[in-house]
Design a protein around this ligand. Structure first.
Ligand code: ADP
Ligand code: MG
Ligand code: MG
Length: 250
């Protein structure tokens, strides 16, 4: 699904990612952990194609295709979904209208007609039921007055509707309350399937008590210094990140 090879990326001539190698197969959930400032959000942004970052070396390959020349929109249309760290408020545009527009824009970019209204409604019903969403929530204005948990619910709903091949959820370092954490975890657990891949970026091992990842990687100072299975997350919980310093320098 996704293959990252020797990825080096800069911002303002400062090297942030210093040679990342990562392979994610369909059907897998990977967690990327690491201390604050290690480059986790940068990695997510670079995969999504955000233009403020300069890829100096290496490649990002999605289903055999090198993404180098593709804009963030083109990458989204290829099936990459990046959760929003700073959700925009759009008064007057409901949760469902926003997602309908996003789906139809994506279809248009792929040369498809709008999704028939009845099909769209059916999908909205199915996905909102799967995620146990209150119907009233669907007609609220996008992000207006949303709590942390509601923002996450909206994000997970968008992810469910877009049916991405690769979803990257950057849970930021600002922390999620327990309610938001459960929403994200339940959503990921319900949406994971053999055809998609999910990368969860988190500073906290707590989230991984709810989402059981197939692989855990530690990003430290712009490099993946350790990879393992879910036990690695427990080890990090116990020992923190400092013991990885030596591995980061070799
Ligand atoms: P993490 O998500 O692991 O906390 P980030 O990817 O946000 O780490 O940041 C990694 C490094 O890149 C930090 O030193 C941060 O200051 C720097 N950085 C990130 N974004 C920017 C930016 N827009 N401008 C300048 N420096 C940035
Ligand atoms: Mg940070
Ligand atoms: Mg971050």
């Amino acid at each position: 699904m996704l293959e990252i090879k020797n990825l080096h990326a800069n911002i303002d001539d400062k090297e942030i990612l210093k040679g990342i190698d990562l392979k994610v197969n369909a059907g897998e959930v990977h967690a990327i952990m690491g201390p604050n400032g290690s480059g986790k959000s940068t990695l997510a942004s670079v995969i999504a194609g955000k233009e403020e970052f300069e890829v100096e070396e290496g490649s990002i390959i999605l289903e055999g295709e090198d993404l180098e020349e593709l804009s963030p929109e083109e990458r989204a249309h290829k099936g990459i979904f990046l959760s929003f760290q700073y959700p925009v408020e759009i008064p007057g545009v409901s949760v469902t209208n926003f997602v309908k527009t996003a789906i139809n824009e994506s279809r248009k970019a792929r040369g498809l007609e709008d999704m028939p209204a009845n099909e769209m409604l059916k999908m909205i019903r199915e996905k909102s039921e799967l995620l146990e969403m209150d119907r009233k929530f669907l007609s609220r204005s996008l992000n207006e007055g949303f709590s942390g948990g509601e923002k996450k619910r909206n994000e997970i709903f968008q992810m469910a509707m877009m049916e991405p091949k690769l979803a990257i959820l950057d849970e930021t370092d600002s922390g999620l309350d327990i309610d938001a954490l459960r929403i994200v975890a339940n959503g990921v657990n319900k949406l994971r399937n053999k055809d998609n891949a999910i990368v969860v970026i988190t500073h906290y091992q707590r989230l991984l008590e709810y989402i059981v990842p197939d692989y855990v990687h530690v990003l430290y100072n712009g490099k993946i210094v350790k990879s393992g299975t879910k036990e690695l997350a427990l080890e990090l919980e116990e020992k923190g990140y400092d013991w990885l310093k030596q591995e980061a320098t070799v």
